[in-house]
Design a protein around this ligand. Sequence first.
Ligand code: IMP
Length: 172
Amino acid sequence: MSATVRPLLSAPEIHARIEALAADIRRDNPDADLHFIGVLKGSVFFMADLLRAMSGTVTMDFIAVSSYAGTKTTGEVRMLKDVDRGLQDRHVIIVEDIVDTGLTLHYLQDLLRARGTRSLRTACLLSKPSRRKVDVPVDYIGFEIEDHFVVGYGLDYDEHYRHLPYIGVLTS
Ligand code: IMP
């Protein structure tokens, strides 16, 4: 990988924002047993830090879908791994790294709601509002960013850069 990464959000900025998101989520659901579903693989670091910042009863599961090759969306969402447990009557929070066109989240929300969830909310670390193709509700957003391709803190370019502790813009 010969591209360079221009830092956009530092590790301390990300962690401070996640603490605030965790507090918002618990404030909105004070007594609920919350079941978090992370979207692999981009959400893993966000999920790990968000859950460790949560108070109260939480459980977690993961789902995997694929819609991207390189930096271009194919517009087609495919299920790669389903959740392990049923969602009937559960308070579910989808945890996603970034909402870009919104196609992935739209697909996931429809899919999970059809499983009989009692409530379904979505937390995204990043949002690129200018890129939206479908109007999808996102209840908790960490940061709104410009239309840049970003990597780090779970986000990849062809599986590279996920391990970076910060988020940066990929520049060639
Ligand atoms: P959407 O379906 O267009 O909203 O795309 C959602 C998925 O695309 C995310 O879960 C990411 O995996 C990927 N994605 C979108 N934008 C970026 C980016 O800037 N960097 C890395 N992955 C991205």
